[in-house]
Design a binder for this molecule. Structure first.
Ligand SMILES: [Zn+2]
Length: 233
């Protein structure tokens, strides 16, 4: 039984337990094994061009196996299109070279209340089914002396969204990244998203949404949470 990634570098107790679970169970319950995206060794050895060639070949094989006619004018370009989309767009966040370059500014105007960037559009992909997760992220922080350009909050959220994901991990990855670069614990991230693997297949519930949250530092306090919720109303 192979549960990708978790046999590699980091071996927490919880992961060892998960190794004994049936992979189908893990996928259907959308369980997360690790806050790090599970990457294999040598993940970045191939160039983007090499990755695209490999994915194109394998995606062609999938389509062929499904019985599709790859000489059809409408279908023949699909393997290359999917490969390009995977590497350059929807999974580009797997490549550390695409991590957004962030310039921080001194908080000269001494703004010391929370800053909230709400309704950040997120497109991600469920790592268990490779179908879209569509939602909104709300990010808040209280400056420790450094401030960040507002659009950079969107960029960081999108960088982590452009990976095969589990919503809880996506939430934590964005929050931890912001805590690190802003040098403060005072970061909150809330994600409200629809999972197409839940709405379009499996249980087929088109009305359900999943909300996940991370509250660090001051945001653990009830009063700060309440203030944040008021802004999000
Ligand atoms: Zn799924």
């Amino acid at each position: 039984m192979k549960l990708n990634g978790i046999s590699l570098n980091i071996q927490h107790e919880v992961e060892t337990q998960l190794l004994e679970l049936d992979p189908h169970e893990v996928g259907d319950q959308h369980m997360m094994t690790n806050i790090y995206t599970p990457m294999r060794e040598g993940a970045h050895d191939l160039t983007n061009e090499e990755k695209k060639r490999e994915i194109e070949k394998h995606f062609r094989a999938i389509m062929h196996t499904l019985g599709l006619d790859l000489t059809d004018d409408s279908l023949k370009g699909t393997p290359a299109r999917v490969a390009k989309m995977y590497v350059e767009e929807i999974f580009s966040g797997l490549n550390p070279e695409n991590e957004p370059k962030i310039a921080l500014f001194d908080n000269k105007y001494k703004y010391d209340e929370m800053l909230v960037e709400k309704n950040i559009t997120l497109f991600s992909s469920c790592e268990h089914h490779f179908v879209p997760i569509i939602g909104k992220a709300h990010i808040a922080y209280i400056s420790s002396g450094k401030v960040i350009g507002l659009s950079k909050l969107n960029r960081i959220a999108q960088y982590y969204a452009k990976r095969p994901q589990v919503q809880e991990r996506l939430t934590v990855q964005i929050a931890k990244h912001l805590q690190r670069i802003l040098e403060t614990e005072n970061v909150a991230v809330i994600i409200d998203a629809e999972h197409l693997c839940v709405s379009s297949r499996g249980i087929k519930d088109v009305n359900s949404a999943t909300v996940s949250a991370f509250y660090g530092g001051e945001f653990k306090k009830k009063s700060k949470k309440q203030e944040l919720f008021n802004y999000l109303k």
